[in-house]
Each structure stands twice: as structure tokens, then as C-alpha cells.
Ligand binder design. Structure first.
Ligand code: BGC
Length: 774
């Protein structure tokens, strides 16, 4: 006991010491030096000098990093380096001072795919690998994880984000953050909040109810802040209910700090917001990346009384408290040589766990490796497989394994004839396309090669099975389009259906692989495929991971972290995505944003919350994903105590023939009281270990009242309303193994909050009542 007390005293004393020394340091700083702390280094480097990334090489040794702090030689404060991003450490692989060495970082699967693993332990391991690479390459703060909600399937950055569900987003972000920060490198959880579209992203005003904010758009951030204590938070570009996120004291002070207990610092997204003194006053501590126009602005604002010295000091203190912990401040010498072989294995493991089997007729998959005939690989994506998306979610990777390379590397015979045709086609098409001057902006996917039916018939005779890869890419600055991105192109549709007919007429199987970063339409064509494997954008090891699954070395265990709707317009949010421009704008994109607004009329009914509650049929439901084996989930006991704490104990057993993992998901239907509730909400999940046939595992969940309460706008509080709660446990939202009810006799006020981010006008909200749903 004494020993623990001593340790605690020691930690407290250590913190006090750090705080005291920060305060002492602030005393020594001149006003000009304080300004240099709250503004990023590009204040002194013209944007154009930085080239593609916009970051010059002055004041730091990590070219290609997204931003840096300014050096203070007088007080010996080193430069702190910030680098993206959600799929890997985004830095330049080549440095001028050492052209013979490379600094490639590992491209992990995109965040959506990581979330599809539903495996928080794996996420922590992935986070550690990110943290290790960041640290050894000289990065102090990683600009990830990104955890905005997939409000609409066309969101251009959905691939960088986890899910349409805040619990999945929050849990994944926490595990990842814990992993990164265990290495002594910070994260920046981003983009707080409601950054759900790219169109006009820096001027859009998102009008959202307090309840939808709390239950959906802020919830993931709340979980991540409380469970993993991120060193930094990045505020979003957009406005929320009329105020820029980076200028909102409601968001950055009341909610983030006072309510959630955040004690790191907040940085802007790059060039975000308008009113610099207001940003500082509102608790947005650091302006990134800094621009020459910022120079002198803070000094002037303090001098003319627009900004209080104490407000500035608070920001400087928050920043320095974190900087003190960074590798750069601790004089860590990065080796420039992280263990990339280890990262590669983790990237592959993550891709294997995030791949989702959507359909598997009979014994289509796994493929038989002993089959003497060749596998026919169709689709440019089979040869030029997309590893990650574009923009700041991109990674400069050393290599990327295509599906072709993955299959060949796993001893599968692939049709060489087809391979040659495709490789020539791709080379020719690439040559004829204009080169992109900038790595940002959406890469055009190559148009599909067209085949005549006679050609397809001839190839299907010579090969054992047909595989078609459909691919998509997207990235920062642009939202996806319904035509081309969400729906298949006419060429893709024709190729898919003709291939199915050609192979089926030979009594052979036809498989579709989806190499995509966001949801696409599947309803109109899924009956043509015998199997559909959603490989997402699997990072540099994607091709190897998918090959492992196709040949059955690994049984798929990923689950959908979002719904695949039948049609785009089935999402209620499609009615008002991406909002309305308030002035004429000939260039609708994030780059030249104009004043615009988007009203979140769907309110809390995002994703499955909408489809389930309003009985709208979908193509593939939330939480869905098949396996090569079968599992049985059985109920052991469900109890609730007088304080509303729920305990669920169940078991998951592999009753099939091969090894596999299963995700046990707990949904709750809460009773309608003063507040109406979605008909199911995910309240807990857990992934099993690898279970051999006949093996089982006991799974235990404890769910606190705050984790299944709803937000009452009237009371500004989380409440657990009295009534009957239906607890449903299963392996997807639409496959529930058992249901049990519990009673909450009296309404409990679980957590009081402050009235914040109030919309300044009526929102015509979707409700069950308005749609006559009981
Ligand atoms: C993105 C951020 C990113 C930053 C630095 C911005 O355009 O929105 O997510 O971290 O650039 O690259």
C-alpha cells in the first residue's frame, strides 16, 4: 500500500514539477515569442516554398511532414514535428541531405478497414507500429486518428474515418491512440467535429441538433478523450450551428475541457477559421500550419486589447505542457530506421482481419490451390490494386502488393495471357493520361478494359474461375459522386454481368473483389456473383492479405462498420448532402469553398439507426460479415443492478470445420419515453480469439448507464429513461442470437452537461412520429 502511495506521490510531484516549469518558462517568454508558440512554422516560410506538401525544410529534419513548430534558440526550445495520417506516417521518403537513404513509411489499411476488424487489441498493436515509425523518423505528433462519422456514403474522406457508429469510432480511436502514445509520440484526434463532407468544407455551416451532436457526432470523440487521453485534438474546418469549430468556446472549452477533462492542446486544421484572436480566446491553442499573414497578428491583438494576455498564456501553457513530453523536447535521437519488417506483418494482419466476406455461395471460396487450371483475373484493380486513398490520408510507401502479386506469391496459377493483356492495357492507358502536378485531389481510376462476349467465353473455357476487381479511390477536397463512385459505371456493369454469364455457362464460379474506400451500390449486381469479398483499400500488404483469404489460409472475420444501402437515396441524409450554397459558386469543391449550409434533418437517424427504425431494406446490414466457419452465440446471463449497470455474459463457439474469429455485438432497444429512440443501437462489441472447431470462449460485457443513456436537450443531460430495455446479442444487427429484456424502474439522470452548441434556428427533424412509426 505504502509503495503505491509513494508511486502516486511521485507521479503527482512529477506533474507539478512539469507544470511549474512550464509556468516558469512562460514568465521568460516575450510576447513575440509567445506568438511564435501558438502559430506553426509556416508563418515564416512562404507556402509556395514547401512544394507539394507546403512545408519547407527550414527548422526541422522531416521533409514532407505536414507541419512544425517554430524554434526558439534563446530558450532552447526545439522544433516539434507533426505528420499525417490515418493510414501511415506521411513524410517524404527522400531527404536532400542524405539521398542514399530512404524514409519510406508503412501503408496500413485505411481506417475504415481497420474498423472493420472490430478488434481493439489489433488496433492498439497497429497504433504501436505507427508510433514506432513516427518516433524513429523524427515525428512528435501524428495527425491521426480521424474519427468523423460516415454521415453519407459520398463523404470524400470516409475511408479515413471509421464508421457510421460512434461507439465503433470511439473505441477504435481510443485503442489506436493508446498504442501510438505508449511509444511517447502524441496523436491528434481529428476533426472535432461534424467534418462530414468535403464540398465547401472550410465554409460550410452544419446545422445539427444538440441531441444528434451529443449522441452521434461528439460521442466518438468523448469516448476517445476519456479512454485514451490524446495529447492533441485537431478542430474541424466547418462551422457548427453558426460558429467555426476552431472559434467555438462551447466546443473547445465547455465540452472538450470542462466536461470531458481534456488536458492536451487543440490545433486548427490547416488554414482553418477566420478570426485568429477568437480562436485563441476560445481555446484553440495552435494555428496550423501558420501563414505569413499571421505574423504579428497575435502581438497586435494583445496590444490593442482584442486578446487578453491570460488567454494567450493559457494556450502557450497547454502547448508547452505537451511539448515537454515529445521526443524532440526529450532530445530523442531518431534512428531513421524503424523496424519496417515488423510493421509489414502488422499491416498484413490488419488487412486480413478487416476484409469482409459479403457473399459466398456453396464452396466458391476458399479457392482450391490444387486446381490445375489458371485463375482469370479481370479488372484493372486486380493488377493496380489501390492501397490507400489520396490527400493527407495518403502514405509514401516503398511498395504495394497487387492482388495479382498476392495470388502469385501464394502459389496460385494466374492466367498469364490475361495478365499480359491487362499489363499492356494499363501501361498504355497511363501513358495517355495527363500527369498530375499535385499528389492531392482524386486520382482517376483507370477506365475498365472492354471485352467482347466471344473473348470472355474463350477465356472462361481456359480458366478455372473468374475474379473481377472493382476499384474506387477518393480523398481530401472532393466528395464522391453518385454516378461513377457510388454506382457502377456502365462498362463495369456490363463486364460484371457478361463475366458472370460466361463463367456460369461453363459451370464455373465467378467472384467479385471490391477494392474500394467507401460504400458502393451492390443490390443490382450481387446476384451475378457467387462470392463477394470486400477488401477495402488494404494498405501495402493488401494483395497478400486478400490472397490469404481467397485461398483459405485465413478465414475472413471483418464486419461492416456501416450499412450498404440498396440505393443512394435510401440514406435519409442524401436529401441534404452536401448542403446548399448561399452564393453563386462555379467551382463546388473544398478548395474554393463558399458560404453554404447543410441541415442535418435526419437528426440521430444516421446509418443503421435510420434503416432499422424506419424499416428500410438494405443490401448488407451493419455488423455483417461472413466466415468460412460457423459460430454459435449462447446466452449465459444478463443482469442489471439498481444503478443501471448491465452485465452480459455469453459464449461464442466455433461449430464449423475451420478456425476462425467472430465478433459478438450487443444492441439495445431503449424504450420511448420523453425521448424517442432508434430501434437498435450498438452498445458493446468484442472480437473472439482465433477459435478452432469446437472451441468456445466466454465473453463478458459490463455496460455502464452512461453508455446506453440518451441525451435530453431539455435537461442538457444524459438520461436513462424508465422502462423496458431489450438486449439483443448477435453477430450482426440483423442476426440476433438471443434477446432478453431488463427493467429500469425509475428514470436516472446519468450525467449533467452544459448547454452548448445550440442551433440558432429550427431544424425540421426526422422523427418516428413524423413518419407514423410506433
Ligand atoms: C487535413 C488534415 C491534415 C492536414 C495536414 C488538412 O488539409 O484536413 O486532416 O492533417 O491537412 O496535412
Amino acid at each position: 500500500m505504502k509503495k503505491y502511495l509513494l508511486i502516486i506521490l511521485f507521479i503527482v510531484a512529477g506533474n507539478l514539477h512539469a507544470q511549474k516549469s512550464t509556468k516558469e518558462l512562460i514568465q521568460k517568454l516575450s510576447l513575440e515569442e509567445k506568438e511564435r508558440i501558438v502559430i506553426g512554422s509556416e508563418m515564416e516560410i512562404p507556402w509556395s516554398e514547401g512544394g507539394d506538401t507546403g512545408v519547407g525544410e527550414v527548422g526541422g529534419n522531416v521533409p514532407g511532414a505536414a507541419g512544425k513548430s517554430l524554434l526558439n534558440e534563446r530558450l532552447n526550445l526545439p522544433v516539434v514535428v507533426f505528420a499525417d495520417g490515418p493510414a501511415g506516417v506521411r513524410i517524404n521518403p527522400i531527404r536532400k541531405d542524405n539521398p542514399n537513404k530512404t524514409y519510406y513509411a508503412t501503408a496500413f489499411p485505411v481506417a475504415t478497414m481497420l474498423a472493420s476488424s472490430f478488434n481493439t487489441e489489433l488496433m492498439e498493436e497497429v497504433g504501436k507500429a505507427f508510433g514506432h515509425e513516427a518516433k524513429e523518423y523524427g515525428v512528435d505528433v501524428l495527425l491521426a486518428p480521424a474519427l468523423n462519422i460516415h454521415r453519407n456514403p459520398l463523404g470524400g474522406r470516409n475511408f479515413e474515418y471509421y464508421s457510421e457508429d460512434p461507439l465503433v469510432s470511439g473505441k477504435m480511436a481510443s485503442a489506436f491512440t493508446n498504442g501510438v502514445q505508449s511509444l511517447g509520440v502524441g496523436v491528434s484526434i481529428k476533426h472535432l467535429a461534424v467534418n462530414n463532407q468535403e464540398t465547401n468544407r472550410s465554409r460550410i455551416n452544419a446545422i445539427v441538433s444538440e441531441r444528434a451532436l451529443r449522441e452521434i457526432y461528439l460521442k466518438g470523440f468523448e469516448i476517445a478523450v476519456k479512454e485514451s487521453h490524446p495529447w492533441t485534438v485537431m478542430s474541424a474546418y466547418n462551422k457548427i450551428n453558426g460558429e467555426y469549430a476552431s472559434e467555438s468556446a462551447d466546443l473547445l472549452k465547455n465540452i472538450l475541457r470542462d466536461e470531458w477533462g481534456f488536458n492536451g492542446f487543440v490545433m486548427t486544421d490547416w488554414f482553418a477559421g477566420e478570426d485568429v484572436p477568437k480562436q485563441i480566446r476560445s481555446g484553440n491553442d495552435l494555428l496550423m500550419p501558420g501563414t505569413p499573414k499571421h505574423k504579428g497578428m497575435i502581438v497586435e491583438a494583445v496590444k490593442n486589447g482584442e486578446l487578453k494576455k491570460e488567454d494567450l498564456d493559457n494556450c502557450v501553457e497547454a502547448i508547452l505542457n505537451i511539448y515537454q513530453k515529445t521526443p524532440s523536447f526529450l532530445s530523442y535521437e531518431p534512428t531513421g530506421a524503424p523496424d519496417l519488417d515488423r510493421s509489414k506483418l502488422i499491416a498484413k494482419k490488419a488487412a486480413k482481419e478487416g476484409a469482409i466476406l459479403l457473399k459466398n455461395e456453396g464452396t466458391t471460396l476458399p479457392l482450391s490451390v490444387s486446381e490445375p487450371k489458371d485463375v482469370a483475373l479481370f479488372g484493372v484493380g486486380s493488377y493496380k490494386t489501390i492501397a490507400v486513398g489520396t490527400g493527407s490520408g495518403n502514405v509514401n510507401m516503398a511498395y504495394s502488393v497487387s492482388l495479382l502479386e498476392g495470388l502469385e506469391g501464394n502459389d496460385l496459377k494466374v492466367s498469364q495471357e490475361l495478365k499480359e493483356v491487362y499489363q499492356n492495357y494499363i501501361a498504355r492507358t497511363l501513358d495517355s493520361m495527363p500527369k498530375k502536378a499535385w499528389s492531392f485531389g482524386p486520382d482517376k481510376i483507370l477506365p475498365e478494359k472492354l471485352w467482347s462476349r466471344t473473348e470472355l467465353d474463350s477465356i472462361s473455357k481456359k480458366t478455372s474461375v473468374g475474379i473481377l476487381t472493382i476499384n474506387r479511390t477518393s480523398g481530401e477536397f472532393y466528395d464522391r459522386k453518385q454516378a461513377y463512385d457510388f454506382y457502377l459505371s456502365k462498362e463495369e456493369d456490363t463486364l460484371l454481368k457478361s463475366l458472370a454469364e460466361a463463367y456460369h455457362s461453363q459451370n464455373k464460379k465467378f467472384i467479385v473483389v471490391l477494392n474500394i474506400g467507401g460504400v458502393i451500390e451492390t443490390t443490382s449486381w450481387k446476384s451475378y456473383a457467387d462470392s463477394i469479398l470486400l477488401m477495402w483499400q488494404g494498405g501495402q500488404e493488401g494483395g497478400n492479405a486478400i490472397a490469404n483469404i481467397l485461398i483459405g489460409e485465413t478465414s475472413p472475420s471483418g464486419k461492416l462498420p456501416m450499412t450498404f444501402p440498396n440505393r443512394y437515396m435510401d440514406h435519409y441524409s442524401s436529401k441534404n448532402f452536401p448542403g446548399r450554397e448561399l452564393v453563386d459558386n462555379p467551382f463546388p469543391s473544398a478548395l474554393v469553398g463558399v458560404e453554404s449550409e447543410v441541415v442535418y434533418e435526419e437528426d440521430i437517424y444516421i446509418g443503421y439507426r435510420y434503416f432499422e427504425t424506419f424499416n428500410v431494406p438494405v443490401s448488407y446490414p451493419f455488423g455483417f460479415g461472413m466466415s468460412y466457419t460457423t459460430f454459435e452465440i449462447a446466452n449465459n446471463s444478463i443482469n442489471v443492478n439498481k444503478d443501471g449497470v448491465l452485465e452480459i455474459s455469453c459464449s461464442v463457439k466455433n461449430i464449423g470445420n475451420v478456425k476462425g474469429k467472430e465478433v459478438v455485438q450487443v444492441y439495445i432497444a431503449s424504450p420511448d419515453g420523453n425521448l424517442e429512440k432508434p430501434s437498435k443501437e450498438l452498445r458493446a462489441f468484442s472480437k473472439s480469439k482465433l477459435l478452432s472447431p469446437n472451441e468456445y470462449q466466454n465473453i463478458y460485457f459490463q455496460i455502464e448507464p452512461k453508455d446506453y443513456a440518451s441525451f435530453s436537450t431539455e435537461k442538457s443531460a444524459w438520461v436513462l429513461e424508465a422502462g423496458t430495455y431489450k438486449i439483443m446479442v448477435g453477430n450482426s444487427i440483423s442476426n440476433i442470437s438471443f434477446t432478453e429484456s431488463i427493467e429500469i424502474p425509475n428514470t436516472l439522470e446519468v450525467l449533467k452537461t452544459t448547454k452548448s452548441l445550440v442551433p440558432n434556428r429550427e431544424i425540421s427533424k426526422l422523427t418516428k412520429k413524423s413518419m407514423n412509426i410506433e
